[in-house]
Design a protein around this ligand. Structure first.
Ligand SMILES: Cc1cc2nc3c(=O)[nH]c(=O)nc-3n(C[C@H](O)[C@H](O)[C@H](O)COP(=O)(O)OP(=O)(O)OC[C@H]3O[C@@H](n4cnc5c(N)ncnc54)[C@H](O)[C@@H]3O)c2cc1C
Length: 359
């Protein structure tokens, strides 16, 4: 096979799945990532007492290919089974990751502690939940290979160079290429900014809707007095609250006791431009009200705003291509709101690129 040069924009699950698939069949792949780290929304923040997973919390597999990936990652110790003692709030069953707001859960954590429910959501048992090990961003580890990875490179434009090649431009006036094919795997609005000037074939990306999410990382000086390690919709403001401390996948309370809170999509939208300190104050107050307990003293606290967190309206197909099939848009938003959707989109985008370039 003649040398084929591929650029992949974005080093989340979708981009890295595409990159490793094309690299493994002999293409020359370069990944461009705007951040310092890899993994995208599979994100972890290091502290002096362990990691907070402040993006995706756990992954599940509904398709055999992704199931095999998770099991292989588990064998290589970059994933592990995750079995939190889960309280499920008032949420419509059948969806582990709702795209619709649910009604208020009037119960308090302390009341719920007395009436522990089974640890299942919809029909997906907690037994089938996985996390990256030791922290979430390690889940991409099996996909990282010897291909080039250019971190802290934000790509802002793709310029055609002759009929079949492309030059990438970053925000520091850098130019890279030429490349025979480009896969863009940023969240939909960011992918649209790069691709819509190139061809009207990418216009449908504008119909994708992604919701924001405020995340709060709080460490309590003493363990939060609840029997649960994770709570789905504990309050109208909070869609998810989970203890981050684990040892080999087993929860244990120790001090400080670190928790991650995720605000609901609607609350996050309503407070998108609010000051971090105010967001922290309001979400802690929501947790306090829902739990009915006095929250322990704070050891540390921080907030992170995910502007594009969860797909609410997906594209409806696993990738979108243009420029004679040589430029492809991929990402979770093509199919849904989950890590598995990103993996599947990255895989099919890579196969589509192979089909175009080598038939
Ligand atoms: C708070 C939160 C909670 C979640 N919880 C879950 C969950 O429990 N289970 C689940 O399955 N899913 C969950 N998700 C969704 C899951 O994280 C995503 O579906 C998945 O990680 C998306 O992968 P991706 O590769 O498509 O995109 P991303 O992970 O967003 O990767 C895109 C990458 O592109 C980079 N990038 C963007 N623009 C540029 C540019 N111009 N140049 C270069 N690089 C660029 C970004 O920095 C990023 O690294 C959650 C997401 C969030 C935010």
């Amino acid at each position: 096979m003649p040398q084929i040069n591929i650029a992949v924009i974005g080093a989340g699950m979708a981009g890295l799945k595409a990159a490793s698939t094309l690299y493994n069949i002999g293409m020359n792949v370069t990944v461009f990532e705007k951040s310092r780290g890899l993994g995208g929304r599979l994100a972890s923040r290091r502290t002096d007492f362990g990691h907070f997973n402040h993006g995706a919390q756990y992954v599940t597999a509904r398709n055999p290919g992704f199931d095999a990936f998770l099991r292989q990652a588990t064998d290589h110790k970059s994933a592990r089974n995750w079995r939190p003692n889960l309280h499920r709030g008032d949420i419509e069953s059948g969806s582990i990751y709702p795209t619709k707001e649910t009604s208020q859960n009037p119960d308090t954590i302390s009341q719920l502690d007395q009436t522990a429910q089974t640890s299942t959501v919809g029909n997906l048992a907690v037994d089938c939940w996985f996390q990256g090990a030791p922290q979430m961003n390690k889940l991409i580890h099996p996909l990282v290979d010897e291909f080039g990875i250019k971190k802290q490179h934000r790509i802002i434009a793709i310029e055609p160079s002759g009929p079949r090649q492309f030059i990438l431009h970053d925000d520091l006036d850098g130019a890279f290429g030429p490349f025979d094919g480009v896969i863009v795997s940023a969240p939909a609005p960011q992918t649209a900014d790069i691709l819509r000037p190139l061809s009207p074939r990418f216009d449908p990306i504008g119909d994708v809707v992604m919701a924001p999410c405020w995340a709060v990382m709080v460490a309590f000086e003493k363990p939060l007095p609840t029997a649960f390690d994770a709570m789905l919709y504990p309050s109208p403001e909070i869609s998810w609250a989970a203890r981050s401390t684990q040892n080999e996948g087993v929860f244990h309370t120790r001090t400080p006791d670190p928790w991650v809170l995720h605000a609901t999509p609607q609350w996050s939208r309503d407070h998108l431009e609010e000051d971090k300190d105010r967001v922290i104050e309001k979400l802690l107050s929501a947790l306090r009200a829902a739990s009915g307990v006095k929250l322990p003293e704070l050891h540390s606290i921080a907030a992170h705003r995910w502007r594009y967190a969860r797909t609410e309206v997906p594209l409806g197909k696993s990738y979108l291509n243009g420029m004679n099939g040589r430029v492809i848009a991929a990402g979770d938003w093509c199919l849904g709101a989950r890590v598995e959707a990103a993996w599947r989109s990255g895989q099919t985008a890579a196969h589509a690129m192979m089909e175009t370039l080598i038939g």
